[in-house]
Design a binder for this molecule. Structure first.
Ligand code: KIV
Ligand code: ZN
Length: 516
């Protein structure tokens, strides 16, 4: 197969995905997602925006240290400071890419940048040359390309390639494009730009009109050879193109695309679950490929057909994307060394022996309640052990809940607030409502509850329930998560996690703010 037949998969779950309100990830969480993406054999991992905050910077460094097979990338506006930060954060990466961008649409240049088109070209060229002083692999994006003038795009891209950009990204930043039109744009750029053959053309589509995947595929049909995407389609506003959909569409319809990715598709479902659990963004049941119903055949006619001959109704095999692959990895009798080694494979490391011992004790408790422990259970347990830090303001000490037919549900619990234990009791519409009210009576946070959701982590009635609680306060949104075989306890843990995130608020700069 020629070079042209390879589609580069660029994952931006940890950068654009993290721009979803409330989806911020800690350094350790990013390392775990990075390891999962590496196992999936993603080509390029955009691990963050180094200049956004010291936390983003440290996360990119940590991902670059832990992930050696994929290229690690940092976003940078076309300004000195951003490029210097990106280069520094990527210093130890085995393979590093700096992704610099500037807006090219008339509306962005006039109102956001307040720059003339000539100055925008000059700034882009300057930034690319500067980035090339640090790394060979430089990507340049024309922000809001979907609404940019085609002549201007040709001009700035030609200059960008001459300045040393190896990948040219055409983002539909506001999700405005329509597939035919977007495909034509890519074809025109490839036909008209004289040095287009010196770079790989990439697309980065947002989903505001629900067309991110369709637009990306139209671009691939017309010559794009990199797609930027996220797990579960996470991302700013309505999200980005979903990695799993792009990979499976090109794979299922090779007859049309005649292209291959290097992706190990069996890692798709486990990675989807990991991202959902870390960010607290549940996956809708009817979501393509990774939704719980994606391979469920409800109707009798369909079931009959599938039993007789699977291809009657199935275009993909569930096991090919990792469904049913969750294997029992551990049980009650597994030892500390096996526990540590499996977690290391999953990208989870513990800073101290005490932290490892604490996580192992939680594992033993879980193994008493649940015979079979799957990777998903270990991931949930690790999230909890890692997020449960000593600096936390709130900690759940104990919880008792009561519900019986004909009686008002009630909860009584002890919560430690800054080390001081408080007992609290409340009634509610149900036991979860009662428990959260009892916690709020101690915290008095006044936060608005935006979302409460429960998902079973694995199958069976002894599965752990994973609860997400999204809280908003003063414009800040956080997602707390908690897992337990008792969903009242999981709910209390999730609420407390969200309260701790609100307390710990660190600020980050948004990459698409004017940086020039
Ligand atoms: O949507 C967008 O334009 C982006 C760029 C920074 C690539 O995220
Ligand atoms: Zn974007």
């Amino acid at each position: 197969m020629s070079q042209q037949d390879r589609l580069v998969i660029f994952d931006t779950t940890m950068r654009d995905g993290e721009q979803s309100p409330g989806a911020s990830m800690t350094k350790d969480e990013k390392v775990r997602i990075g390891k999962a993406l590496e196992r999936m054999r993603v080509d390029v991992i955009e691990a963050g925006f180094a200049a956004a905050s010291p936390g983003d910077f440290a996360s990119i460094q940590a991902v670059a240290d832990a992930v050696r097979e994929s290229t690690i990338c940092s976003l940078a506006r076309a300004v000195d400071r951003d490029i210097e930060h990106a280069a520094e954060a990527l210093k130890r990466a085995e393979r590093a890419r700096i992704h610099t961008f500037i807006a090219t649409s008339p509306i962005h240049m006039k109102y956001k940048l307040r720059m003339e088109p000539d100055a925008v070209v000059e700034q882009a060229v300057y930034a690319i040359k500067k980035a090339r002083n640090y790394v060979d692999d430089v990507e340049f994006s024309c922000e809001d390309a979907g609404r940019s003038d085609i002549d201007f795009l040709c001009r700035i891209i030609e200059a960008a390639i001459n300045a040393g950009a190896k990948t040219i990204n055409i983002p539909d930043t506001v999700g405005y494009a329509i597939p035919d039109e977007f495909g034509r744009t890519i074809r025109t750029l490839l036909d008209r730009i004289p040095n287009a053959d010196k770079a790989i053309f990439s697309v980065h589509c947002h989903n505001d009109l629900g067309l991110a995947v369709a637009n990306s595929l139209a671009a691939v049909t017309n010559g794009a050879r990199q797609v930027e995407c996220t797990i579960n389609g996470l991302g700013e506003r309505a999200g980005n193109a979903a990695l799993e959909e792009l990979v499976m569409a090109t794979r299922t319809r090779t007859d049309l695309f005649n292209i291959s990715t290097g992706i190990d598709a069996t890692q798709i479902v486990p990675t989807s679950r990991l991202v959902s659990s870390i960010t607290g963004f549940p996956v809708q049941p009817n979501k393509a490929i990774v939704g719980a119903n994606a391979f469920a055949h409800e109707s009798g006619i369909h079931q009959d057909g599938v039993l007789k001959h699977r291809e009657t109704y199935e275009i993909m095999k569930a096991e090919d994307v990792g469904w049913g692959a969750n294997k029992m990895v551990m049980g009650k009798h597994s030892g500390r060394a096996a526990f540590r080694s499996r977690l290391t494979e999953l990208g989870v490391t513990f800073a101290t022996d005490a932290a490892l011992n604490d996580a192992f004790a939680r594992f033993k408790e879980l193994a008493d309640k649940k015979h079979e422990i799957f990777d998903e259970d270990l991931q949930a347990l690790a999230s909890e052990a890692i997020t449960d830090s000593v600096e936390d303001v709130y900690r759940l000490v104990s919880l008792e809940s009561h519900s019986a037919t004909g009686e008002v549900p009630a909860a009584e619990l002890v919560v430690a607030k800054s080390g001081v234990e408080h007992r609290s009791k409340s009634e509610g519409g149900g036991p979860v409502d009662a428990a959260l009210k009892a916690i709020e009576a101690v915290a008095c946070s006044g936060a608005n509850l935006l979302l409460y959701s429960v998902n079973a982590i694995t199958q069976g009635t002894d599965a752990q329930g994973e609860v997400t609680v999204r809280l908003e306060k003063g414009g800040r949104i956080v997602n707390g998560s908690g897992a337990d075989t008792d969903i009242i306890v999981a709910s209390a843990k999730a609420y407390i996690h969200a309260l701790n995130l609100l307390e710990s608020g660190s600020s980050r700069q948004h990459p698409q703010n004017d940086g020039v």
